[in-house]
Design a protein around this ligand. Structure first.
Ligand code: PEP
Ligand code: MG
Length: 579
């Protein structure tokens, strides 16, 4: 038996078989072809194979995603047969005497470049289709099999790392657990696994080698351990642990329908973080009070191109309707850094987490932002919507975002399309800049949601993607907790509410300090809702200042000042709420 220790990223115990996954790279080089006529034949063959494949896909996907969405495969067929594209590719093969794969890539990149410059959203989004089509053709020319993300029943997926766009495509019926050599517990793939209840262990290192492909194994997602070829004693122990966890789960389930209230009466909202419609069932099962963070970018990652207004409208509407009047906070596109769809590339430099990501992409491409805002406001009549803008660094950015909202609302008015007039607008507090300017920011928005994953990364100067630096991660760091307190005080001073939606919201050893700060709402992965509720219900908050001193949020000598400050804060908050 082999025991490999990694980091626990999502709880659960799974018995299964290891299935290794390695991302294929398509290598296309410019090479001279001795026989261009043979290259032309290869190209014809690739066209034929691709068309057949697309026909099959179309038929199959009509069952899964409906005719409207399956139509994308018809569009791909049209692109493959497009006269201009075909004659350009053929022309490159003959005029440059080069190989067919290179000709396809060149013709496709020229076409994608032209489409990318188009003014129309729809046409621009087709660049992704051109890339997809060209990958398919090249695969047939090079005669390489399609990369499958399909796995046998009961697979434990193993890989070096996993991108969020791959994680969203996994079939949960087959892939029962995820193990990666690298990655961190705060990476988006790990967050996805937690949200979807897929046990996961990350940072297992190089010991997780491909030689174990197909081996029997047990994943202990609670302890962050992978057992390969487990002996009978380990199997027995893991079965017992699984039963024990099952019993704990049943006890937790009894908390459904109960309030998130301390023994001495302080209540707060506990919401769910989700990534799309598919996760709603987990939010419901775990009795979420609302949706505290819908990471809308996963809709973009799953799609082959920027999702159009209709697809977005339909998705947001379904979430709002299913939540039946409970608050649903949808974050606008937070793409970039580790969340990059194939169809969008930007030069974000050596530190993509600090480059053009998130709301900056929306500001640079107002048409993408506009489409999303239109879809959101159109959907707003179906429930209680709050819109959250990510990565804000100053009040001017809030003004820019709000002016886009105003434009969209004027358009909807003109078109006679109804929307709710009580949509709340909030911002993520996830940069130190937004903490420093939180007072000005609080005047401009309805709420704050503290994104501690990024706030920790930017405050402690730590790359959240890199497991090498895990030992420096300190979510209890005084600087981080003080930042949260500053933001919370600013919000409350202006009568606004504040939530925490980063992963540390689920750390039950911090619940007490969040309550003492007066956090109004905490949003966590669905399966962390009931453990958090249990914790809240076990606490007494006799002396909030005492808690804040204990956690280093305020210094002991500041206590007296704070006593009067807290009073002033409450008074200011009451005045603001009245207005
Ligand atoms: C955060 O930064 O804390 C957050 C919730 O956003 P994300 O994890 O998607 O960056
Ligand atoms: Mg973030």
């Amino acid at each position: 038996m082999e025991r490999i220790k990694g980091k626990a990223a999502a709880g659960g115990i799974i018995f299964g078989r290891l299935a290794f996954y390695r991302r294929d790279e398509q290598i296309v080089k410019k090479r001279r072809a001795a026989r261009p006529d043979i290259e032309l034949q290869k190209y014809e063959y690739a066209i034929k194979q691709s068309l057949e494949e697309l026909d099959k896909l179309y038929e199959q996907e009509i069952q899964h995603i409906g005719r409207d969405h399956a139509d994308i495969f018809q569009i791909h067929k049209m692109l493959i047969e497009d006269d201009e594209f075909v004659s350009k590719t053929r022309g490159i093969i003959t005029s440059e005497s080069c190989t067919a794969d290179y000709a396809v890539e060149l013709a496709a990149s020229q076409l994608a470049g032209e489409l990318g410059r188009a003014a129309d959203d729809y046409i621009r989004a087709r660049t992704a289709d051109v890339k997809d089509v060209s990958r398919r053709l090249i695969r047939h020319i090079q005669n390489t099999p399609e990369q499958q993300l399909t796995f046998a029943e009961n697979s434990i997926l193993c890989s070096f790392d996993l991108e969020p766009s791959e994680t969203v495509r996994l079939d949960k019926q087959k892939v029962k657990a995820i193990c990666t050599c690298y990655g961190t517990v705060n990476s988006h793939s790990a967050i996805l696994a937690r949200t979807r209840n897929i046990p996961a262990v990350v940072a297992l290192g190089k010991s997780l080698s491909e030689e174990y492909n197909g081996a029997e194994a047990i994943v202990d997602g609670y302890a962050g351990v992978l057992y390969i070829d487990p002996d009978s004693a380990t199997k027995r122990r893991m079965k017992e642990k699984r039963e024990e966890e099952g019993r704990k789960h049943e006890l937790l389930m009894r908390l459904r329908g109960r309030k998130n209230i301390t023994l001495d009466g302080t209540e707060l909202q506990v919401y769910a973080n989700i990534n799309g419609v598919i996760d709603l069932k987990y939010a419901e099962e775990n009795d979420a009070g609302g949706i505290g963070l819908l990471r809308s970018e996963f809709l973009y990652l799953k799609n082959d191109g920027f999702p159009d207004e209709e697809l977005q409208f339909y998705t947001y509407r379904r979430v709002l309707e299913r939540m039946g009047g409970k608050r649903v906070i949808i974050r606008t596109l937070d793409m970039g850094a580790d969340k990059n769809p194939d169809y969008y590339s930007s030069d974000s430099g050596e530190n993509p987490a600090m480059g053009v990501r998130s709301i900056r992409i929306c500001f640079e491409h107002p048409e993408i932002f506009r489409t999303q805002l239109r879809a959101l406001f159109r959907a707003s009549v179906y429930g209680r919507l709050a819109i959250l803008f990510p990565m804000i660094i100053d009040p001017e950015e809030v003004d820019t975002a709000k002016s886009m909202v105003d434009k969209v609302l004027a358009e909807l008015d003109e078109e006679g399309i109804p929307y709710s007039h009580s949509v709340e607008l909030g911002i993520m507090i996830e940069t130190p800049a937004s903490v420093m300017l939180s007072d000005e920011l609080a005047r401009k928005v309805d709420f704050f949601s503290v994104g501690t994953n990024d706030l920790e990364q930017y405050t402690l100067a730590l790359d959240r993607q890199n497991s090498m630096f895990d030992k420096y991660c300190r979510p209890h760091h005084k600087a981080l907790l003080r930042m949260i307190k500053i933001a919370a005080d600013s919000a409350h001073r202006h009568g606004k509410w504040v939530g925490v939606c980063g992963e540390i919201g689920a750390y039950t050893d911090l619940t007490e300090v969040f309550l003492a700060m007066g956090i109004d709402e905490i949003s966590v992965s669905p399966n962390q809702i009931l453990p958090l509720r249990r914790k809240i219900r076990s606490l007494t908050l006799a002396d909030k200042l005492d808690v804040l001193v204990r956690y280093g949020v305020i210094r002991p000598e500041e206590r007296d000042n704070y006593q009067s400050f807290e009073g002033a804060l409450r008074a200011a908050s009451k005045v603001a709420q009245k207005n």
